[in-house]
Design a protein around this ligand. Structure first.
Ligand code: KG4
Ligand code: ZN
Length: 382
């Protein structure tokens, strides 16, 4: 593959052109593509010379309707839908940004982790545009994009602690710099959003389940006793499968369920999750301080779809205050999957000369911290 890759590595030229005479990185405009799951998204982001980000456009075509009937994402349907929707999303993103392709300095695509069919669609499209324009291609780790999004929306500097909670991921990471991540904790089984989705499904609620569970929980009482898996363990890992099973037992006991039962089950489930996440995040805050010392910035960034949960956010703010941390949550549209975060991670990498050649593969699995010891008992998502 080397013979193929070498002519297309555009790094030296790019770096030369992105430096101003004073040696600073010039402003960069990056087009981003996200197709790792069930959102087909394209966005244009500008990174100024001083490292600030600006979103010029952020287009997301959700495939929710296509998958809702199955109660989860069907990979083959997702891949085909990305192929259908991507050029529409790209045209829209360029039009809304009000720029032409000549102003683009780099093309970024989520190259993993995720569903491989969708990733290939996005990565191949980005490579084709990069090749056509003679501009650098940036293979972005989707998790890295979530991890860096607080820099785009809040101007947050490094380091910070990240709680990434989505339908596919549940991780606690120290974000030290672009490309420097240390995983403190992960889930041994289900992701947090997945646990919400499965809880909703077994209670007969719609997909995605998280918002439904939160809405109904507000009407119920957390009166049903459910376990708090992993509470107090020294390593801030998660385990959510047992909680879901316990919820099923409680639901079966009460069947047929009336409205009040469902609301109480939702409230009880959500409180169990809140207790577990608060405990695990507190443990991670202590480890963060142990590692980085008392003077390191104390910010806990919560990203991923579950960050939209207001009950969880309030609980995290409470425990964070006990450790002198502030909680930073990017706006909802940038917490869930989007291409602005991909473009931003691409811009951050481009500014540091971290471009990829056209042989860079799409990767179904791609851990952010490759050095993290495998979590004992961890399933495929760790
Ligand atoms: O980040 P995201 O949009 O997609 C990925 O999975 O990457 O996250 C979607 C997940 C779903 O599992 C959804 O149920 C969950 O985030 N979610 C919520 C809430 N809103 C979305 N979970 C709990 N409470 C919410 N309000
Ligand atoms: Zn995501």
């Amino acid at each position: 593959m080397d013979g193929f890759a070498a002519p297309f590595n555009l790094l030296p030229d790019r770096i030369e052109r992105s430096m101003t005479e004073s040696g600073h990185i010039a402003p960069l405009t990056v087009l981003g593509i996200e197709t790792s799951c069930d959102e087909t998204a394209a966005a244009v982001v500008r990174r100024s010379a001083d490292g600030r980000g600006e979103i010029l456009s952020n287009v997301v075509h959700s495939q929710l309707d296509l998958h809702a009937v199955y109660g989860g994402v069907v990979p083959e349907i997702a891949a085909r839908a990305h192929v259908d929707l991507l050029d529409v999303a790209l045209k829209q993103a360029m039009a809304e940004a009000g720029i032409n392709f000549g102003s683009i300095d780099g093309i970024a695509a989520a190259a993993g982790p995720g569903l491989i069919g969708g990733l290939i669609a996005g990565v191949t499209t980005a490579k084709a545009i990069a090749l056509g324009l003679g501009k650098p291609f940036l293979a972005v780790n989707h998790l890295e994009a979530h991890a860096l999004s607080a820099g785009l929306t809040e101007g947050l500097g490094f380091p910070y602690l990240l709680l990434l909670v989505s339908g596919g991921h549940t991780q606690l990471l120290i974000v030290k710099d672009v490309g420097a991540y240390e995983r403190l904790g992960t889930t041994l089984d289900d992701a947090l959003g997945e646990a919400f989705d499965k809880a909703a499904k077994l209670l007969g609620l719609g997909y995605p389940g998280g918002p439904e569970v939160e809405r109904l929980a507000a009407r119920g009482h957390a009166s049903i006793k459910l376990p708090r898996p992993m509470l107090g363990r020294p390593e801030p890992h998660f385990s959510l499968a047992g909680l879901k099973t316990a919820l099923r037992h409680e639901a079966v006991k009460r069947a047929p369920l009336n409205e009040h039962d469902i609301a109480d089950l939702c409230a009880s489930f959500q409180e169990a999750v809140v207790d577990v996440v608060s405990d695990r995040a507190t443990r991670a805050m202590d480890l963060y301080e142990e590692q980085l010392g008392p003077d390191a910035q104390r910010a806990l960034v919560v990203a991923g779809g579950v960050a939209a949960n207001q009950r969880l956010k309030r609980a995290l703010e409470k425990v964070a205050a006990t450790r002198g941390f502030r909680v930073v949550v990017p706006p909802p549209a940038l917490c869930t999957d989007n291409a602005a975060m991909i473009a931003w991670a691409g811009a951050e990498r481009l500014a540091r000369g971290l471009t990829d050649d056209l042989a860079a593969p799409a990767r179904a699995r791609w851990p952010l911290d490759a050095d993290a010891p495998p979590a004992l008992g961890a399933g495929v998502k760790a």
